[in-house]
Design a protein around this ligand. Structure first.
Ligand SMILES: [Zn+2]
Ligand SMILES: [Zn+2]
Length: 351
């Protein structure tokens, strides 16, 4: 079964296929490190260095839990198909010709605006025009960007990650955050549980011949990865709770008629989190797809809405609301009644 946001894929030339193979090199490196860490921890540390059976069992049980969740979320981040743009956004060849023949930027803007009239797009370019991808020849849905590495437009593109050989976007953002979180937990667990044996090595008390060096390197590498993962993980938690992609953190979305707003998609911290992680708490920490929507339309703050917008997430507004403003707005979750206040404060920044 395909995820929402997966639409037709274009066929790619041979050189692009070669490039795809090169893209796997960082992934192969990470997989090699994971396999080595498994050998170093399970064989060298648990089986050959630890003598207590109870300690062995507890460490191995916990280790395999963290290892499974980490590898599962990494697998999902790598192999989940990226969200691509559906055919209804594609400009017909006759319109593309008109665009190419247009004698001014204004004329091009008018052609695109006419085509996008029935599409659910609210974000615009810096000059106020409809966002258009010349390479893919389609109107870009909101939060969609072209990835030059993947060679296509990606729904709610966050960034292209070489360490997973894939773009991070609408379909795999939850998996990416879980991957960062579980990788950090895994590294911290490995570093902390191998620390006593690491200290024993320096005191000359650790037995086990050359195999002892695996434990020393295991501690160093786990600690090193933990430091770099921690900053990335907490940064993405910040972005999730502010409903911002990495690209939007650098260049805020520009809304039709109301201009740029870095908080334009923000619905309140809890709703922002739910937009990516879903509303079933039991599945928040499991790497299965639970994000809201279809990757094409996103609830936005009141002041950016166009009058004819009528779509909404089916599940995002299920919580009880006491705000008449929020209930009258189909694009917002009911617990986002504080948005109006937030918007007023934020809009001052852009004046
Ligand atoms: Zn594109
Ligand atoms: Zn990409």
């Amino acid at each position: 079964m395909s995820l929402p946001g997966n639409y037709e894929q274009k066929s790619q030339p041979t050189c692009y296929c070669c490039f795809r193979i090169i893209r796997w090199i960082p992934v192969v490196f990470i997989v090699a490190v994971i396999f080595w860490s498994y050998f170093a921890y399970v064989v060298q540390l648990c089986f050959l260095s630890i003598t207590s059976v109870a300690e062995k069992v507890i460490l191995l049980l916990l280790y395999h839990f963290f290892f499974t969740m980490f590898v599962w979320s990494y697998y999902q981040t790598i192999f989940t198909s990226i969200g691509t743009v559906p055919p209804k956004f594609r400009i017909p060849s006759s319109e593309v010709e008109k665009l190419n023949r247009a004698d001014s930027e204004e004329a091009q803007k008018r052609i695109l605006e006419a085509f996008a009239r029935q599409l659910p797009v609210v974000s615009r370019t810096v000059t106020g025009g409809v966002r258009y991808c010349e390479k893919c020849q389609h109107v870009k849905p909101d939060r969609c960007h072209h990835c030059s590495v993947c060679g296509t437009c990606i729904l709610k593109m966050d960034h292209h990650c070489p360490w997973v050989g894939n773009c991070i976007g609408y379909t795999n953002y939850k998996f990416f955050i879980l991957f960062l979180g579980y990788a950090l937990t895994y590294c911290l667990y490995v570093a902390l549980s191998s620390l006593p044996y690491f200290l024993q090595f320096w005191q000359g008390e650790l037995e086990g011949g050359v195999g002892r060096f695996h434990i020393v390197f295991l501690f160093f590498i786990a600690a090193m990865f933990a430091v770099s993962l921690a900053s990335l993980f907490f940064y993405h938690l910040y972005l999730v709770t502010h409903n911002r992609t990495t690209l939007e953190a650098f260049r805020p979305a520009i809304f039709q008629g109301s201009g740029p707003d870095k908080n334009g998609f923000s619905l309140g911290r809890y709703s922002n989190f739910q937009e990516v992680f879903g509303d079933q708490k039991i599945l928040w920490f499991v790497p299965v797809f639970t994000s809201f929507g279809d990757g094409l339309e996103y609830p936005i703050q009141v002041q950016h809405q166009r009058t004819h917008q009528s779509t909404s997430y089916a599940s995002i507004g299920e919580t009880t609301s006491t705000s008449s403003e929020a209930t009258s707005n189909p694009l917002l979750p009911s617990n986002s009644s504080s948005l109006i206040e937030t918007c007023t404060k934020d809009s001052a920044i852009h004046v």
